[in-house]
Design a protein around this ligand. Structure first.
Ligand SMILES: Cc1cc2nc3c(=O)[nH]c(=O)nc-3n(C[C@H](O)[C@H](O)[C@H](O)COP(=O)(O)O)c2cc1C
Length: 451
């Protein structure tokens, strides 16, 4: 008795704009991943369904059987594959190539479920939604032979014998349909296995890096993903300049309060608000960008910040460490000149990125009651949260001194709380504010208005 996987891969991939079986998923094609998962799960044979005239499959798959369907529907593919099944086949797993990020463990568990008494169909479920692959007893799969019957009909007809496999893998319900799906799949192959929200809780700014370079392909992937943040009216008023050249990085560091991590990081990203492309767009249509507008300045700045936060999160999801550098606003004109920014662009903040070499104590945050209000702002709750903010920062300082020997080589005051620090920074003529005294004038010189 054998177990066969049928891999429908006969679609034209119109929305994807490419043959899905041959999509490159990090050095291996989608169909190869599916075949490898089946092999690892102990499936005896893989039958790939391809349409007439489709491109040849990778040579590594030459030993697999390939069948060609009579029609273009998924059910036609399954009927063609069924006709190729020998009498010894006892179990069939339908594993569409669109679900190539599903791994062997899911296939193995699905096939094993069929051994449970009364189970003839096994389907993975992610958060209550059913997906693929689908494993079936041969007799159930044979139901596909009837004309006009679909896989869904076959599964539905056997619902009492269906068992759902609770899966933690979202790719059982997410298929590779659009180019964005492919990009997200490629990223998933690189990422940490945290959910996005779990990743957010793990955030810490990292200021010390191993010397390993961050590959250009990785940076491209991260920036590409990050720019899928929401953007006001699709304005996309941002740009990122990735500085890897040590001499340029050194000059950036000097313009950013001489912060050593800017110099040390393998790459320094200048996250820019960029109305230059809007100016060009206006020029094409006989208009001129209203760059004097405070609203446009804010839109560009907010957009850049959204991209930047997405970028840091994406970098962290791939195991990198990053630190935003607001000191990039200390000398906006000089930094813009150094990086060759056009008119109507400025660096909102920088970001150092690299493989982290430190393990900082998490800084904590003020109590949530000071941030989240229900229906109307609760000023009493905000005031009460200050004590918690003080306590949280003191606890961070005490731990940092005890466990890390201080912060960047120096002991931190464990008596100063958050409120005292904020008062010193923003309630007095501090070095922070002093460093930005010329900001408005410099932004105007760069082609922004604040009116
Ligand atoms: C816009 C922005 C600018 C920042 N600028 C700097 C900077 O110039 N240098 C630095 O070391 N950290 C900088 N940081 C990092 C903050 O100090 C850090 O996020 C904050 O203290 C909380 O610590 P955590 O990120 O580790 O939770 C910046 C953060 C943001 C969001």
């Amino acid at each position: 008795m054998t177990t066969v996987a049928i891999v429908p891969a006969a679609g034209l991939g119109r929305r994807m704009g490419a043959d899905k079986a041959l999509l490159d998923l990090g050095g291996t094609t989608a169909v190869e991943r599916v075949a490898a998962a089946c092999g690892d799960a102990g499936i005896d044979e893989v039958i790939v369904v391809r349409r007439e005239g489709a491109a040849p499959l990778p040579p590594a798959l030459a030993a697999r059987r390939i069948v060609v369907p009579a029609g273009g529907e998924m059910a036609d593919s399954l009927r063609a594959a069924r006709a190729a099944l020998g009498p010894a086949v006892a179990k069939v797993t339908v594993f569409p190539v669109d679900h190539a990020l599903v791994g062997a463990e899911t296939v193995l568990a699905l096939v094993a479920l069929l051994d449970r008494p009364g189970c003839t169909v096994a389907v993975p479920e992610f958060r209550g939604r059913r997906g693929h692959p689908v494993a079936m007893a041969r007799a159930v799969f044979d139901g596909i032979a009837a004309p006009a019957v679909t896989l869904r009909d076959v599964v539905r007809a056997n619902r009492p014998q269906l068992r759902a496999l609770r899966s933690a893998n979202p790719w059982v319900v997410a298929d590779l349909d659009e180019p964005e799906d492919l990009r997200s799949a490629r990223c998933a192959l690189h990422g940490e296995p945290w959910s996005t929200v779990a990743q957010m809780f793990r955030h810490r700014s990292r200021r010390s890096y191993r010397p390993d370079p961050v590959p250009a392909a990785q940076l491209e992937r991260l920036v590409d993903a990050a720019r899928h943040a929401s953007t006001s009216s699709l304005i996309q008023a941002y740009a990122v300049v990735a500085v890897r050249e040590p001499a340029v990085k050194d000059r950036c560091a000097r313009l950013c309060s001489d912060q050593q991590h800017v110099r040390d990081a393998p790459v320094f990203l200048a996250v820019c608000a960029d109305l230059h492309k809007i100016a060009l767009a206006c020029g094409r249509h006989g208009a001129s960008v209203q760059a004097q507008s405070l609203e446009l300045f804010l839109q560009a700045t907010v957009d850049a910040a959204l991209l930047g936060q997405n970028l840091q999160l994406a970098a962290e999801a791939e195991g990198l460490g990053a630190c935003m550098i607001g000191a990039a606003r200390n000398h906006p004109v000089e930094l813009a000149q150094l990086l060759g920014l056009p008119d109507h662009a400025y660096v909102v903040f920088g970001m150092t990125v690299g493989a982290p070499a430190d393990d900082p104590v998490p800084r904590g945050r003020m109590p949530l009651s000071g941030v989240l209000h229900w229906d109307r702002y609760d000023a009493a709750a905000a005031a009460a949260a200050l004590d918690g903010a003080d306590a949280s920062l003191r606890a961070w300082a005490a731990r940092t001194n005890a466990e890390r020997g201080g912060y960047r080589g120096r002991p931190v005051s464990a008596t100063k709380g958050w409120t005292e620090r904020m008062a010193a920074a923003w309630g007095a003529d501090s070095e922070y504010l002093g460093a930005r005294r010329t900001l408005a004038d410099e932004l105007r010189r760069l082609g922004f208005g604040l009116d």
